[in-house]
Design a binder for this molecule. Structure first.
Ligand code: CA
Length: 225
């Protein structure tokens, strides 16, 4: 089933551009060109995510956001004007999940949308993922090998989760960075190798198994023993 995204943006060119690009990605979209119409649509509860311009006619983006938050925790990404620091701060304070500054590259917007949707899915779904004798439980936030609990930091847990979620698929360092560290992470990609070492130290080495494999020049894959 396609995810539905509401675009509240009074600059029609921008709204159409976003609509077109999201359409290519398989999202269903609805546009609103002013705050009041946008709010009415948002209040139907039909949308999986909302893109909300801050400067809107009839009702400001911030007011729309405040009213949405009275009734819904739907992910909202603010579209802010360049360098308007106040928008960003007050936007996140009043319950936006993320913001993006105009003009933006469509790839960046798509990454932020995926990120916002992924965070929602992760908090709502309880999953148990496994490989070999290893089990990760998202609702209890625990990792076990056979009956032994493994103590992981949040980052190690998120990295292991992503690898298990993609079990038997080789995942590149870039993909891991984007999904585990977040799109904004500006550090060295070597950080992925460092954390893979941490995980191996706590899992493979402790239990004398080989779960996390390096695929030279490509990335990492987790496999059943
Ligand atoms: Ca505007």
């Amino acid at each position: 089933m396609s995810l539905k995204i509401l675009i509240i943006e009074d600059e029609e060119k921008i709204a159409r551009f976003i609509e077109l690009e999201l359409g290519y990605e398989g999202y269903l979209t609805t546009k609103a060109f002013d705050g009041r119409t946008g709010l009415e649509l948002a209040e139907t509860g039909e949308f999986d995510l909302i893109l909300l311009d801050v400067m809107l006619p009839k009702m400001s983006g911030m007011e729309v956001l405040r009213r949405i938050r009275r009734v819904s925790s739907v992910p909202v990404i603010l579209l802010t004007a360049r360098d308007s620091v106040i928008d960003k701060v007050s936007g996140l304070d009043s319950g936006a999940n993320d913001y993006i500054t105009k003009p933006f590259a469509i790839e960046e917007l798509l990454a932020r949308i995926r990120n916002a949707l992924r965070l929602v899915n992760r908090s709502e779904q309880s999953e148990i993922l496994s490989a070999g004798g290893l089990q990760l439980d998202t609702s209890r936030h625990t990792v076990n090998y056979m009956d032994t609990a493994i103590d992981l930091t949040k980052r190690e847990f998120d990295l292991l989760y992503f690898l298990l979620k993609n079990k038997d698929l080789v995942v590149s360092r870039e993909t891991l960075l984007e999904n585990v560290w977040g799109y904004d992470y500006a550090g060295d990609t070597n950080v992925v190798d460092v954390y893979i070492r941490f995980l191996r130290g706590k899992i493979d080495e402790v239990f004398g198994i080989k779960l996390i494999h390096t695929v030279r020049g490509v990335g990492y894959v987790i496999k059943d023993e």
